[in-house]
Design a protein around this ligand. Sequence first.
Ligand SMILES: [Fe+2]
Length: 314
Amino acid sequence: MAQPQVTAVRGIELNVRDLAASAAFYSNVWGLTEVGRQNGSIHFRATGDEHHVLTLHAADNSGLASFNVAAADKGSVDGLHAAAIAYGANVLDAPHGLDGVAGGGYGFNLTTPDGIRLTVSCDVARHAARIDDRTRPNKFSHIVLRSEAPDTMDAFFIDLLGFRLSDKNGHIDFLRCSPDHHSVAIGHAKGPGLHHMAFELPDLDGLMSACGRAKVAGYPIEWGIGRHAGPGENVFCMFVEPNGFASEYTTEMYQCDEATYPKRSIEYWKSVPLQPCAWGLATQRSEMLHKARSGQLVEELNARHENLAPRKAA
Ligand SMILES: [Fe+2]
């Protein structure tokens, strides 16, 4: 039997100091919909059929709590659990039935070599009806982690969880587990921690409308709107959410054919014209975004016990 693989990244879980303020942002500004809450945790869906793509947990300090990945079936979950033990990974529990408020299913928890928690699951409930609104995220797109040991992190995702290396650009290693060019990426930076998270809009017009909604609500565009002249070639727009995390709207991620995708060299990507934005428009990242992606902003806000207030739209 082939080694079981992760087939998707379902979503992300964040610890937040002000649960009500964060919930209001992700509902009213970011465009997600609450689907359940229990014991200080709230789950939010996107417009697609995934049960939830974001969970917020009330906590003393904001931070990345975990992220959730999918496997095909119970046999795959059991196989990945056995493989994780054999790999020497930090496995936190055995496969078991998961919380019904979070869609149930069957899974187990482990950590990356950097100590970031993830849940591998199958049979999580899916929504029968999609929400017809292209201005709101339809799914979680990708998580980018900061790591001081990127080769070790790459090996964990590739050798244990079955990800494939799509590209490297010298700063970030891009890994896929589906046709999406990347669902997990490892940034070569001070870590461990969350570099940024990205939610997918169904099309460019929807993304433009979503960006406008965030801007009018007082969350300025920190980088974008652009199309990466680099790995993934996706359209991007970066914001900083109330806890100081960098959060991206994205669309038109490159779809890889497993048989033919031509992984290219760092030199190739450095040679692409108009780096880092194919349109030549989104060239400068804000200082706020630099602080958010490095983790410094979350640390500062935790120390001050503050959330970012909406800022006046330009
Ligand atoms: Fe991204």
